[in-house]
Design a protein around this ligand. Structure first.
Ligand SMILES: CC(C)(COP(=O)(O)OP(=O)(O)OC[C@H]1O[C@@H](n2cnc3c(N)ncnc32)[C@H](O)[C@@H]1OP(=O)(O)O)[C@@H](O)C(=O)NCCC(=O)NCCS
Length: 161
């Protein structure tokens, strides 16, 4: 489907840009679910917070971040970030996104499978991905189910103080 290779420093700008595009509808859905009051306390700059979160997370986990590239090899069309620290049997896919212009063509599934293989290679015996139960995270849930992950429904309750 797409080439997947290790993240390089020079990919950062493209990864952040595609993340903002990919997460924009997801953040709209989160805002609908939480209401403006809670949403803007959590994300004062809306989806821009996700750009910062992606950059910070990659700074910490650059060696376990991979990118999917387009036909020309330079264009970054998606990424996955994995956390495999510690003694736990569990490795986590912490972030995954595909540029909307390249979605629904198997790139997200390929990144999920690739990241899962890296978690297995690291000696972990279980892989986990956390995501939302709201409509905006629907494509993510379909992708993980398609990759053979078992859903354990969870609930998180919020209150503005
Ligand atoms: C989740 C995401 C990475 C999926 O990427 P993608 O490249 O579109 O996914 P794929 O094309 O590989 O699709 C994987 C499966 O999910 C299904 N799917 C994905 N998006 C879908 C959609 N919008 N509608 C219907 N089905 C969808 C595909 O049909 C496919 O199913 P199949 O394997 O049974 O055929 C992408 O939607 C995204 O970047 N979302 C925004 C960021 C996000 O939510 N990240 C995860 C946060 S936890």
């Amino acid at each position: 489907v797409a080439e997947i290779r290790s993240f390089r420093e020079e990919d950062l700008e493209q990864v952040v840009a595609l993340s903002l595009r990919a997460w924009e509808p997801v953040f709209d859905s989160t805002r609908m679910a939480l209401g403006d009051e809670i949403f803007y306390r959590l994300y004062p700059r809306g989806v821009d917070e996700q750009g910062t979160a992606v950059a910070n997370n990659i700074a910490q986990h650059a060696r376990t971040t991979w990118v999917a590239t387009g036909a020309d090899g330079d264009q970054v069309i998606g990424f996955a970030l994995v956390i495999i620290d510690g003694d736990s049997p569990v490795g986590a896919i912490d972030m995954i996104a595909v540029d909307p212009a390249h979605q629904q063509r198997g790139v997200g599934r390929a990144l999920t499978d690739f990241a899962t293989d890296r978690i297995r290679d690291a000696g972990k015996t279980v892989a986990m991905i956390g995501t939302g139960g709201d409509p905006g995270h629907g494509p993510a849930r379909l992708t993980y189910a398609s990759a053979g992950y078992t859903l354990m429904p969870m609930a998180r309750f919020w209150k503005a103080l």
